[in-house]
Design a protein around this ligand. Structure first.
Ligand SMILES: [Zn+2]
Length: 461
């Protein structure tokens, strides 16, 4: 499919502002019109009036148009495909049930805000913590998390659909629904067998992060000082081509440097970093990508999806967390506090030492640098919504806030084509490359959406 055809008509759930009606100079390919709304009050850009530059203001006035750049940002977020490769909604659902088909202000992903923010493809993280593998429960947990995502799509077929191939995404275009794709964070549920890999591929997993917080049987983790494999284990090395062969994208987020480099060398298809930012801004934070790694991902045709969490983008925020953890260690005399005591300490500490939240601009700094290093075709978005606690930047608090990022990109001079690539086209290209490689190996990606649509489910919810 031609990348430009990923443009979409706007959904039907939002109302238009009078200024947008007067000033929509960007009709979509499908004959719809872009939709513009003022930014939500919590976005920092809401407080900013006027235009980014005199030239832009003059051009807009000449056109008899009253839209500001924020309106244009909303229009673009609705018009172009927005893909987020890392949302931790499933694990939060597992911990505490909620109906994400309706507004759930306590969460960072729900249908109303996904539509408001223009989010089209939400990769649901099928995340299993290291302790679940220790307990022999990671496979069961991963299945349960996928059940939860399927349950959400089944409850609200008019709002959500599961997608397992790029063609599924194309079919959903313009339907007003949010596509739910599946990525596995931590390969532990595969338990070292190809049968399990086939099981999870059949259930829709389309990327796998080989490790998480601890080294596992596949790979070493960036968070684990014990690099037991010196990168990938033999099993991990054998699993890379098996993932390639099945069209599953390989995610190097969370891997130790050695493991990431080995994946980059072994993978036959482009790789992704599903939710990582740049180490340049937080020296020594190995969970983020080094400059060389960003370039290598790009050289292989892959994409680095920038994580929004303040602790991933701001050195101040990272240092704050280290000071708090040191204070906690001292407070509990080096003993591990229980969950309640830990929460109590953290709340008291935060009350006394306000958290230095990053801003939209901090995230944009990472995007700028990644683009400078890798080129415009190799950068995207992996928010980590619902996965980083109360650390999200001011103006990027949930899936409704993508337009704030677009407004910032416009201000920094990105043109529409560049913005569309970062919002989603780059990731879709990598996904298609993974499918193409698999097809060349005789593996046809199973498309869930097409099959589901043929069943003609009643449209409700
Ligand atoms: Zn993660």
């Amino acid at each position: 499919m031609n990348d430009l055809q990923w443009k979409k008509p706007v959904g039907t759930t939002l109302s238009r502002t009078p200024s947008a009606l007067a000033c929509d100079a960007h009709p979509t390919r499908f004959g719809g019109t872009g939709q513009a709304r003022p930014l939500r009050a919590k976005g920092r850009r809401h407080q900013r009036g006027g235009f980014a530059s005199g030239a832009l203001a003059a051009a807009v006035l000449l056109a008899g148009c009253t839209d500001g750049p924020d309106d244009r940002a909303h229009t673009l977020a609705q018009r172009y495909l927005v893909v987020d490769t890392h949302i931790d909604a499933p694990y939060r659902l597992y911990r505490e049930a909620a109906d994400l088909g309706i507004s759930v202000p306590a969460r960072e992903f729900d249908f109303p805000r996904a539509r408001e923010g223009g989010l089209d493809v939400a990769f649901m993280s099928i995340f299993t913590p290291a302790r679940s593998a220790d307990a022999g429960e990671s496979r069961r947990l991963a299945d349960e998390l996928i059940d939860l995502v399927e349950g959400l799509a089944e409850k609200h077929p008019g709002k959500f659909r599961i997608v397992t191939c790029t063609e599924d995404v194309a079919q959903l275009r313009g339907s007003g629904r949010v596509a739910l794709a599946l990525g596995m964070e931590n390969a532990s549920p595969l338990e070292g067998t190809l049968q399990n890999l086939d099981h999870f591929v059949a259930r829709g997993i389309r990327y796998v992060s080989l490790a998480h917080s601890k080294s596992n049987r596949y790979a070493d983790s960036s968070y684990d000082l014990n690099e037991r494999w010196d990168g990938l284990s033999e099993l991990g090395k054998e699993t890379v081509p098996e993932l390639n062969r099945r069209g599953v994208m390989i995610d190097i987020s969370h891997l130790s440097d050695k493991a990431a480099w080995q994946v980059l060398e072994l993978s036959k298809a482009p790789v992704i970093a599903s939710h990582s930012s740049l180490r340049h801004f937080i020296p020594g934070f190995h969970r983020n990508m080094s400059d060389d790694m960003v370039k290598a991902v790009a050289d292989g045709g892959g994409v680095v999806q920038i994580n929004f969490g303040s602790g991933f983008v701001s050195d101040d925020a990272r240092e704050w967390a280290m000071r708090r953890d040191a204070a906690m260690l001292a407070h509990f005399l080096g003993l591990e506090p229980d969950a309640e005591a830990r929460r109590g300490f953290r709340e008291a500490y935060a009350a006394e030492h306000p958290y230095p939240f990053a801003t939209v601009d901090t995230v944009l700094d990472h995007i700028d640098r990644a683009v400078a290093l890798a080129g415009i075709d190799h950068v995207g978005l992996g928010s980590d919504f619902d996965g980083v606690g109360d650390t999200l930047p001011i103006g990027l608090k949930d899936v409704g806030d993508f337009p704030n990022l677009v407004a910032g990109m416009l201000e920094r001079g990105y043109d529409e084509d560049a913005i569309a690539k970062i919002l989603g086209l780059n990731l879709m290209r990598v996904w298609r490359d993974a499918e193409r490689y698999a097809a060349g190996q005789g593996f046809a990606s199973r498309c869930y959406q097409s099959a589901t649509m043929l069943r003609r489910r009643p449209e409700s919810g």
